[in-house]
Design a protein around this ligand. Structure first.
Ligand SMILES: CC(C)(COP(=O)(O)OP(=O)(O)OC[C@H]1O[C@@H](n2cnc3c(N)ncnc32)[C@H](O)[C@@H]1OP(=O)(O)O)[C@@H](O)C(=O)NCCC(=O)NCCS
Length: 106
């Protein structure tokens, strides 16, 4: 998913992947898609990240997934954005200071 500015230049992107080792699996062993989001430095703090999260969440639900996961560094301010977007802590994430978060999709 790409976010474009008024001149159609990309300012951010969000996607999901299933990189091994998987961050999270469901109780019956199904892999949970892992979300990644990034916005160009000049475009941050203006709601682009939130829009990308909402759009990717809707796309994941359309694909039949009932959860989305992500890993965030414990000191990354992005964790606040994820909490506001409905993600909750789900355990250890990637790297020594990574926290896994999950959002259950409607
Ligand atoms: C995280 C990120 C995608 C958010 O996109 P955004 O367009 O700035 O987000 P929004 O404007 O919708 O929301 C603002 C929130 O983003 C987070 N944020 C703002 N600047 C940030 C920065 N430089 N780095 C990380 N998170 C940031 C904060 O949670 C902020 O809300 P708050 O001020 O209430 O805490 C973007 O800041 C970014 O690309 N950061 C660097 C890469 C990164 O940390 N990616 C996430 C890895 S898990």
């Amino acid at each position: 998913m790409l976010a474009l500015d008024h001149d159609d230049h990309p300012v951010g992107a969000a996607w999901w992947h299933f990189r091994e080792p998987l961050l999270l699996v469901t109780p019956d062993g199904a892999p949970v898609p892992e979300l990644v989001v990034a916005v160009m430095p000049a475009g941050r703090g203006r709601g682009v990240g939130r829009s990308l999260l909402d759009a990717l969440t809707a796309r994941a639900a359309q694909h039949g997934y009932d959860q989305l996961a992500l890993s965030v560094h414990i000191h990354n301010p992005a964790a606040r954005l994820y909490s506001r977007s409905g993600f909750v802590v789900a355990g250890k994430g990637r790297g020594p200071l990574g926290v896994a978060m999950v959002r259950h999709l409607p």
